[in-house]
Design a protein around this ligand. Structure first.
Ligand SMILES: Cc1cc2nc3c(=O)[nH]c(=O)nc-3n(C[C@H](O)[C@H](O)[C@H](O)COP(=O)(O)OP(=O)(O)OC[C@H]3O[C@@H](n4cnc5c(N)ncnc54)[C@H](O)[C@@H]3O)c2cc1C
Ligand code: FES
Length: 281
């Protein structure tokens, strides 16, 4: 079922315009698609190589930017598919299916927002922040965590982002980074100590998501998390991406499986069953 507020997904071809590292671990891929497309921050696309040797399954990537027919992604090379993507050069062809999934929500009127991104969790939250120029009064604190200074895509982060690193190695002169977990950086931020009710949006590896959920829960704040499950199809057919969620309509202990690609990838942390271990009867 297509959410009426979200445009339908489109399957089309794309041509690589550029595919260059933006840090030691992150690569920016710019595609020129067959047609102009818009997206909501948090939505993703299924990408594949075109031509003689496509991957059996397309791979999901959050959309970082879109401008007319140009669409950009940030990715980390972790396995066969992303390794093959890393070898693409301008002019190479790819296939694209998207935009898919449910985006991050908008805040209630002027409710302040906290963004917590780790590594490849940056694209959807950077996209969310970029859209806020149409909402200038909104107070936003943004935190980004990386492995070390070389892993931070400094040129993509404006001064609204506070940066944390596991190691202070390779932090460039003139740049500021805090050593420790990004959720600890948020927890110690003086800007967040004024007692106001905030909304937390987070994307990154599962330990970061769990820490962000605990951070929000401890303060009684709402929290939305973008999950990175393994995906086969991206549109609800293969059931390869199911996550257990609470089913409050059926009772406080009831659970069901939700497809991350359709009902997510952004979920209200309150509904994620991993937040509350299942009690044996
Ligand atoms: C909604 C969504 C948005 C995503 N956005 C981005 C993004 O913007 N940038 C980015 O770099 N990656 C993103 N990912 C993760 C990306 O899809 C995987 O890194 C990619 O599919 C790995 O493909 P591969 O063939 O290189 O690795 P594989 O050979 O398939 O796997 C290599 C290693 O990566 C792990 N892995 C594979 N898929 C995932 C996954 N989905 N999540 C976590 N670990 C995985 C495997 O367990 C294995 O350890 C996103 C995933 C989802 C579901
Ligand atoms: S990826 Fe196939 S159902 Fe979600």
């Amino acid at each position: 079922m297509v959410d009426p507020e979200i445009g339908p997904a489109v399957s089309c071809d794309g041509v690589v315009m550029s595919n260059e590292p933006v840090s030691s671990g992150l690569v920016r891929l710019d595609l020129e698609l067959d047609q102009p497309l818009s997206f909501q921050p948090g939505q993703f696309a299924m990408l594949n190589l075109a031509g003689a040797d496509p991957l059996v399954f397309s791979r999901p990537f959050s959309i970082f930017k879109a401008d007319g027919r140009r669409m950009s992604f940030l990715y980390r090379i972790v396995g066969r598919g992303t390794r093959a993507m890393g070898a693409l050069v301008p002019g190479d062809a790819m296939t694209f299916l998207g935009p898919l999934g449910r985006p991050f929500p908008q805040p209630e009127t002027d409710q302040p927002v906290v963004l917590i991104a780790g590594g490849v969790g940056l694209p959807p939250l950077a996209a969310w922040l970029a859209r806020r120029s149409d909402h200038p009064g909104l107070e936003i604190q943004a935190f980004f965590g990386a492995r070390d200074g070389a892993d931070v895509p400094w040129d993509l982060l404006d001064d609204r982002w506070d940066v944390s690193v596991d190691s202070l190695k390779d932090v460039p002169d003139g740049r500021r980074a805090w050593k420790g977990l990004v959720t600890d950086l948020a927890a110690t931020s003086k800007d967040l100590q004024d007692g106001r009710n905030r909304m937390v949006l987070a994307c990154g590896p599962t330990p970061l998501l769990k820490a962000a959920a605990r951070f929000a829960e401890a303060r009684g704040w709402g929290c939305w998390l973008s999950l990175e499950e393994h995906m086969g199809c991206g549109y609800g057919v293969c059931k390869g991406c199911v996550v257990p969620v609470l089913d409050p309509d059926k009772g406080p202990e009831a659970r069901r499986n939700a497809t991350c690609c359709q009902e997510g990838p952004v979920f209200n942390a309150e509904l994620l069953a991993w937040k509350r271990p299942h009690r044996s009867q």
